[in-house]
Structure formats: C-alpha cells, structure tokens
Design a protein around this ligand. Sequence first.
Ligand SMILES: C[S@@+](CC[C@H](N)C(=O)[O-])C[C@H]1O[C@@H](n2cnc3c(N)ncnc32)[C@H](O)[C@@H]1O
Ligand SMILES: Nc1nc2[nH]cc(C(=O)O)c2c(=O)[nH]1
Ligand code: SF4
Ligand SMILES: [Mg+2]
Length: 240
Amino acid sequence: MTQTAATNPLAILSTEQTRRLEPIERRPVGTLMVHEIYTSIQGEGLDAGLPCIFVRLAGCPLRCRWCDTTHAFRDGQAMTIDQLLDAVDALPTDIVELTGGEPLAQPECYELLAALADRKRVLIETSGAMPIDRVDSRVTIIMDIKCPGSGEVASNLLSNLAYLKANDQLKFVLADRADFDWAVDFIDRHHLREHELLFSPVFGELNPADLSAWVIDAALPVRVQLQIHKYVWHPETRGV
Ligand SMILES: C[S@@+](CC[C@H](N)C(=O)[O-])C[C@H]1O[C@@H](n2cnc3c(N)ncnc32)[C@H](O)[C@@H]1O
Ligand SMILES: Nc1nc2[nH]cc(C(=O)O)c2c(=O)[nH]1
Ligand code: SF4
Ligand SMILES: [Mg+2]
C-alpha cells in the first residue's frame, strides 16, 4: 500500500488541512509557511535509516531541473513558531529535519531552528544558496552543492563553505559523468576532502552502479548515498 500524508499516522497536517494550503505570499507576519509535517525514516545523509520528523517549509527560489519536491514550491499552511513547536513536541521521535522547498528562504527559520535544537537533534537540508552563518551551531547542516546538471550551479553561495562545521555534510546530487567530474574538481579546488562528502545520483537518471564504479576507480573519500525512502516506498509516494 502506498503511504501519503493522509495515511501516515504520524503526519501532523490532516488531509483536510492539506486541501486548504494557501499560496506562500499570503503568509501572515511572524509565521512560517509549512507544506507538510510527518514522521518517516531518514532517507538521506549520515542519519539514513533512523526515524525522523520532517518539517517541510513551502517555497523555493531555485528550480533544480530534477527536483523531486516541486509540490512544495507554492502552497503551505501558515504556522507560528509556537504552533510548530507544539506539533513537533507531540511526536515521540527525537530527530527533526527542516527541509523544503528551501527552508532558509523564510527568515523566521533561524529562530525556529534554535527553538527546535532546545528539544531535539536537528538537521537542516539546504540548497546552499542562502547564507548559513545564522544557523544555530547545534544544528547539523546538510548542504547541497548544485552541480551544472541541476541548472542551478550559479546559485551556489561559495561564502557558505567557510561556515561549515566538522559534523556538517556536503552533498552533490549528480546527473551524469560531467557532474561527477565537476564535483571532484570542486572538492579539490575548495579543499573539502576533510568534510563529510555525499554523492547521490539523480533518482532514475544516473545509474547508482555507474556512480559507485566511478567512486571506487577514483578512490574518493565520499559516500555514495541513495534516497532509501524511494526504495522502501514507491518513488512517487508523498509524505514519506
Ligand atoms: C527537495 S530538496 C529540499 C532542500 C533544499 N532545497 C535542497 O535542495 O537541499 C531535498 C534534497 O533532495 C534532493 N533531491 C531532489 N530531487 C532529487 C532527485 N531527483 N534525485 C536525487 N536527489 C534529489 C536535493 O538535492 C536535496 O538534497
Ligand atoms: N524519508 C525522507 N528522507 C529525506 N531526507 C531528506 C529529505 C528531503 O526531502 O529533504 C527526505 C525526504 O523527503 N524523505
Ligand atoms: S533547491 Fe531544493 S527544493 Fe529547490 S528546486 Fe532545488 S532541490 Fe528542489
Ligand atoms: Mg525528499
């Protein structure tokens, strides 16, 4: 059976609420536009496999060619930070990830991240197109470096590299061999080999076996990572 926000027992926004999502421009002052909140298995990064609460904010100024979350570009439910914290507190899971859309596109998210970090272990998944310097230091940042195949390479904010902490993660989502070569060059040019590096294939586009062979051949200190939720559930399933 496929699972959706409507059937996931740990989804916070009900079917009725998700039907009433508003365009992001209608966000009242002091609120964040939230696209969905649910619990699943962390499908990406160094915490893959662990239960995790996902708070997905609405809206993104980028348009990665292969984005799998275009449904979050526009609509959400306006929630105050207190409402969001109540929703997260109601869930027993002790890891929470803020994602989107682009979570850092909503400035209130800095305050939200600090408040979440008072309660749980917090991860943020960000495009790296917005400054990360104001993110609470207790939060683990998973930052995408956008490769040429995404069509968004010009959005990489290189000044962010200086703010990465030892336990943050740098992710390259690769569409083809040209992206792979570009990523290896980027890592060397910016002296990033000491960081936690993740190479992920664009789902359904780059064969994970090809990517794995390239990583083995180059003897690179990077982790090949697949989006495991797309293997556990049907890849189009929402709310997982
Ligand atoms: C939907 S984005 C939201 C967070 C933020 N906007 C970003 O790009 O990191 C979450 C993660 O999914 C990855 N992603 C999106 N579409 C993908 C695809 N088709 N294949 C592999 N990863 C994908 C993104 O690269 C990013 O690491
Ligand atoms: N299960 C699951 N794990 C994830 N890790 C990062 C995600 C994201 O969309 O940011 C994601 C997601 O959408 N689902
Ligand atoms: S930055 Fe993230 S949410 Fe925005 S288009 Fe790219 S992958 Fe999708
Ligand atoms: Mg996702």
